[in-house]
Write a protein that binds this ligand. Sequence first.
Ligand code: NAD
Ligand code: UFG
Length: 339
Amino acid sequence: MNILVTGGTGYIGSHTVVELLNRGEQVVIVDNLSNSYDNVIDRIESICGRHPDFVKADVRDFKKMEAVFAQYDFDAVIHFAGSKAVGESVAKPLLYYRNNLESTWVLVELMKKYNVPSIIFSSSATVYGETDLVPIKEDTEYRCTNPYGRTKMINELFLQDIVAAHPGISAICLRYFNPIGAHASGLIGEDPQGIPNNLMPYITQVAIGKLKMLSVFGNDYPTHDGTGVRDYIHVVDLAKGHLAAVDYVRQNQASGFLAVNLGTGRGYSVLDLVHTFSRVSGKDIPYQLTERRPGDIATCYADPSKAKELFCWETKLDLQKMCEDSWRWQSKNPTGYKR
Ligand code: NAD
Ligand code: UFG
């Protein structure tokens, strides 16, 4: 299949491109490198022995994107490109609404014009927001708590309306839980700009000595050790979830609109992660217990049964492997992709 991957040099996109190339798909990446580096392409080639086509462009640039659609005869679009920091979205909602909504709009316009039948969209468990019903099923109502989450929700609603009006287009919104880990080669991984907001990159940067101490946000949650519980999923399992979705649309033309969780179905606490990481890396992770982070919830994990039933996909890699691979990536690349 000929697949357009937007945001394909980013964290989840690059791992997905590797899995697509490894099984022989043709891949064209479009990325504006606003949150990634062009040397990711060489790393992908080192892993797969194949070079994906790469176009440096903003997905919102209709003219440039039209040239890409005209050049390639795509069978599907996997749309990762977007802005993803919750805190930044509160401070800069205009940037988030523009980047995250306009990009999908441009893609769908061009899919209609060039008869591309399927889009697989990066949604997020953030659309569930403050739910206290775990494990979380896909029919749980939207309760987003920040602009970033609302851009994901609006994209989902937009795609539902498009699919309803245009039966030739199908859309799958994959709701990711908490991706961590890296490719086992240690060649690609997560490279956040500035001080990480998310737990795993913060831990790995403490382990490498870039940051002094982890703050554990709250130890008075109703969880087994008082710290927040999340559904951490290995990024390679997540990438394979996209291949399973591609297979699904290939086998079920005009499959309509679907929202599907990608998670393990298991929750681990902040301290579970800290202790497992320390054990596998041999590194002490000093931490202090601090106040809860505003907007955080106690517990969030997926009911992954819909993905299993529809896509025959389930996760294979456990927390130990997630920590080993995160540590390999960080220790082999102390400054990330920066040369
Ligand atoms: P990332 O920032 O590493 O990758 C996104 C890529 O998109 C980057 O390479 C960036 O340069 C590119 N990009 C952004 N705006 C663009 C534009 N207008 N045109 C072209 N390229 C553009 O993020 P990621 O962690 O790989 O996330 C991928 C997707 O998954 C995002 O949509 C994100 O919201 C979603 N998601 C991520 C997580 C997570 O925890 N990482 C969880 C749930 C959902
Ligand atoms: N945490 C700490 N210290 C830190 C960072 C995080 O204790 O320095 C805790 C949080 O309080 C939470 C857990 O670690 O209990 C996980 O926090 P993350 O920031 O890693 O992840 P979140 O679950 O808050 O959110 C992430 C993404 C969202 C996405 C969501 C579900 O940031 O965009 O996963 O996919 F929506």
